[in-house]
Write a protein that binds this ligand. Structure first.
Ligand code: HEM
Ligand SMILES: *[C@@H]1O[C@H](CO)[C@@H](O)[C@H](O)[C@H]1NC(C)=O
Ligand SMILES: *[C@@H]1O[C@H](CO)[C@@H](O)[C@H](O)[C@H]1NC(C)=O
Ligand SMILES: *[C@@H]1O[C@H](CO)[C@@H](O)[C@H](O)[C@H]1NC(C)=O
Length: 460
């Protein structure tokens, strides 16, 4: 079942919001795919009954045990240490640094150009997201300009290492270490080198923090993890250095592409719907009428931007499905197309996949589900049918991090530039629907990935 291409269609054809896909392999368990809001809520609120199938994630443990690839007591320990790092102080840091990164882009890269054309919006959004996670996650500030200063003992700057690692970590994740060490291809060489460099930077930072004469107040995620890991938790062991690395790297993996792709989708939708863009512009101007930089305190007043992001995440949830399994024999309840209650038996060991795409396009929850209408999120909306960050005990830890970064970016960009789809002669005759289809032609990989989103930013 192709969850992204099908969205709600299989549920509609089947006449029910829980589908069982029986495997042809005798030893394999059934998988139940769920797009029923109430059933999804039941699943996400009982972590012990519906745990995460960590086997699917073992490859992510390469960098060390971590919060994403674990379950049970191990996960609890990581979550307890990691959650406090996503603090109010960290959010403030995310905001302030994101504003600086955008100001640096406008002043020093785009300069006085009236029109900036990008062939693919991720060429802008990936570096922005990388710089933000670099400073607010790893505690290292970077700029758009080349930084030539190489730290002693390093072959790469931190920026280059983070960048090359982000390009190649899938190679790193899917290639056995011995093969990687052989450096068979140029890309593999690059991945290995970048990873070694990052690891060395991180170890140096751990050392510098541990043995610093005076403790500096720092609010990046890495410092937060380090602080928490120095404290005892209910007499349990602290994080080892390896676990510290595992968890900080997983933030990069969990947060980088999801954020960059969501920003790309948001820009694309605002370009396709200029009246929505205009509405957002007027809202931003009503909060910040002049040219000054937006402050962190103003973030809560910029609630229209959140509605735009929420509607973008409903239409294009980067994580289209969340896998769980049944730890014991149980049942789930749903309704069929005539509104009758149906009890679905779920045998122990069955896979239970939350179809986020099915849920977000379910017409029982959302009127006209394919339409882009941020105003759906004004007033009442079906909270249990909106799950881009998953829900319950294992919900995304980085939601506020993303929202803070996103609002700062949108506020800075939309108040200064208009966003349009790039006009290209080969697509001159296309209709609105054809254009939308072209721009939003996506790859459903690990996360939903835009293939080519050509945009133009014009100075207001
Ligand atoms: C638009 C951006 C983002 C989206 C859509 C998103 C989505 C998700 C989803 C669906 C999960 C659950 C995955 C699962 O159960 O398999 C998750 C978990 C997680 N996310 Fe995010 N995420 C985003 C940004 C971030 C950022 C920026 C960070 C960190 C800086 C982050 C850190 C995490 C962590 C640590 C977990 C694991 C939580 C746990 O298992 O206890 N995410 N995210
Ligand atoms: C990092 O990646 C860039 C661009 O792909 C490449 O030119 C550069 O050589 C890489 N750096 C190292 C030290 O491998
Ligand atoms: C934003 O806040 C204003 C004033 O508090 C309110 O009228 C408006 O409905 C809110 N918008 C959203 C999207 O929640
Ligand atoms: C946006 O979605 C989040 C859940 O991800 C929710 O808590 C928040 O209230 C929503 N805000 C608006 C304005 O839609």
């Amino acid at each position: 079942m192709n969850i992204w291409d099908r969205k709600y269609r299989d549920f509609e054809e089947y006449g029910m919001d829980i589908i069982s896909s029986v495997s042809v392999l005798p030893e394999a368990h059934n998988v139940f795919v769920v797009a029923d809001a109430a059933a999804v809520k039941e699943i996400t609120s009982s972590r012990t009954q519906f745990p995460k199938p960590v086997k699917l994630y073992t490859v992510l443990s390469y960098f060390g045990g971590n919060i994403v690839a674990s379950e049970g007591e191990e996960w609890k320990r990581y979550r307890k240490i990691a959650a406090p790092a996503f603090s109010e102080r960290n959010n403030r840091l995310v905001w302030e640094e994101t504003v600086k990164i955008m100001a640096d882009l406008f002043e020093n890269v785009w300069g006085d150009q009236k029109v900036i054309t990008v062939d693919h919006a991720v060429d802008i959004t990936l570096p922005i997201a990388l710089f933000v996670i670099g400073v607010a996650g790893f505690g290292r500030r970077m700029t758009w300009q080349e930084d030539s200063k190489l730290s002693p003992g390093h072959k790469m700057t931190f920026k280059e290492a983070l960048h090359n690692f982000s390009l190649d970590f899938f190679i790193k994740l899917t290639t056995p270490d011995w093969l990687l060490k052989l450096g068979l291809t140029e890309r593999m060489k690059r991945a290995n080198l970048a990873f070694q460099e990052l690891e060395q930077y991180m170890l140096e930072m751990i050392h510098a923090r541990r043995y610093a004469e005076e403790k500096e107040e720092r609010y990046d995620l890495f410092s937060g993890l380090l602080d928490a890991s120095e404290e005892e938790f209910d007499g349990e062991a602290k994080l080892t250095d390896r676990e510290l690395l595992g968890n900080i790297f997983i933030f990069l993996l969990a947060g980088h592409e999801t954020t960059a792709h969501t920003l790309c989708f948001t820009f694309g939708l605002l370009a396709l719907y200029p009246e929505q863009q205009e509405k957002l512009y007027r809202h931003i101007k009503s909060v910040i009428p002049d040219d000054r930089l937006p402050t962190y305190q103003e973030m809560n007043s910029l609630n229209e931007s959140i509605a735009v992001f929420n509607e973008t995440l409903r239409l294009f949830p980067p994580v289209i499905a969340v896998p769980k399994y049944a730890a014991e024999d149980t049942t789930l309840v749903t309704t069929d197309s005539s509104g009758n209650k149906v009890v679905v038996p779920i045998p122990q060991g069955s896979g239970v996949t939350l179809s986020i795409a099915g849920l977000h396009y379910n017409p029982r929850n959302w009127e006209d589900p394919y339409a882009f209408k941020p105003e759906r999120f004004h007033g009442d909306w079906p909270r249990d049918a909106f799950l881009p960050f998953s829900a319950g005990a294992r919900a995304c830890l980085g939601r506020r991090f993303f929202e803070t970064e996103g609002i700062a970016i949108l506020t800075m960009l939309v108040s200064r530039y208009t966003i349009e789809i790039k006009e290209e002669p080969e697509f001159a005759g296309e209709t609105f629907e054809e254009r939308k289809e072209r721009i939003f032609h996506l790859k459903g990989g690990l996360t939903l990935t835009p293939i080519r989103m050509p945009l133009v930013f014009k100075r207001r």
